[in-house]
Design a protein around this ligand. Sequence first.
Ligand code: ADP
Ligand code: MG
Length: 285
Amino acid sequence: MKTIAIYHNKGGVGKTTTAVNLAAAFRNRGKRVLLVDIDAQANSTFATGLIKFQFEEDDDIKDKNILQVISAGDFDFIPEIVRQSKEFNTPEIDVIPSHITLIDEQQRLNRLAASRLRLNTKLQLVEDDYDIVIIDAPPSRDLYAEIALIAADYLIIPSDMKPFANQGLANVKNFVGEVNETRASIGKAPLHVLGVLPSKVMTNSRYLEYVFPRQRETALQHYGFPIFDTVIYERVVLSNCINQTLTMGKLEIPDPKSIFEFDSDSDSVKEFRNLANEIQQKIGA
Ligand SMILES: Nc1ncnc2c1ncn2[C@@H]1O[C@H](COP(=O)(O)OP(=O)(O)O)[C@@H](O)[C@H]1O
Ligand SMILES: [Mg+2]
């Protein structure tokens, strides 16, 4: 089992888009995939079709999500919390959903050192059940991001390569350093940074010719992170597949799809296949 965290402390750079579609890419090549959402915004939970309800009384996630996994050491193990994505991909993937209530519980969990290690411990218990675990982390330098980076073997840092995202790489670097101290204290090897993944990259040819190569160079030279060869370009189809809806009676129901399910001939599908190939080469999965 190989565990990959998707993290950058900047929001809106394509972390969730990468997490869910990469999970689908690996699933489509027969891998047993678990997607873990540990962002209180629960965007991966939404994107995999688990939030089809419109009213809070229909919320079936509140008492069965990542919060329970990290709130207890001796119960609420992964097989009891996991569920299958809904009409997201063929085949579906396993998901540990997230929930907005993570926000309320952060202070309480923060006071307890043990809460940092529970996801790591509980993932080890299912290491024979999955080939790939992908963790969608929040865009912050907080407890939940720490839990994700402690549990992971590998890190992918999606970035649109623009100035703010590039400057944020200094924070990511410091944060990885801090997390590595905790990992050392539990006998875990340092986090293996697979690289910065250029994501949401504009397809404008002048930009690609003159600006993008320099931005890439900066990320490499200033921050010393490797950069993926694969580029996930900004494409309408990739935002459309998450925004699908179904009409049921008078209600519009969210009906998000993986890019593989939504448009299997799209350029984005090729990009996610390339990304899965590049990762497999790097980690030997
Ligand atoms: N490659 C892309 N092409 C087009 N839209 C994208 C792409 N990546 C992300 N988006 C859109 O940008 C927004 C933020 O992306 P998201 O993956 O949620 O970022 P993050 O998880 O880093 O906050 C979403 O509306 C998403 O649909
Ligand atoms: Mg996100």
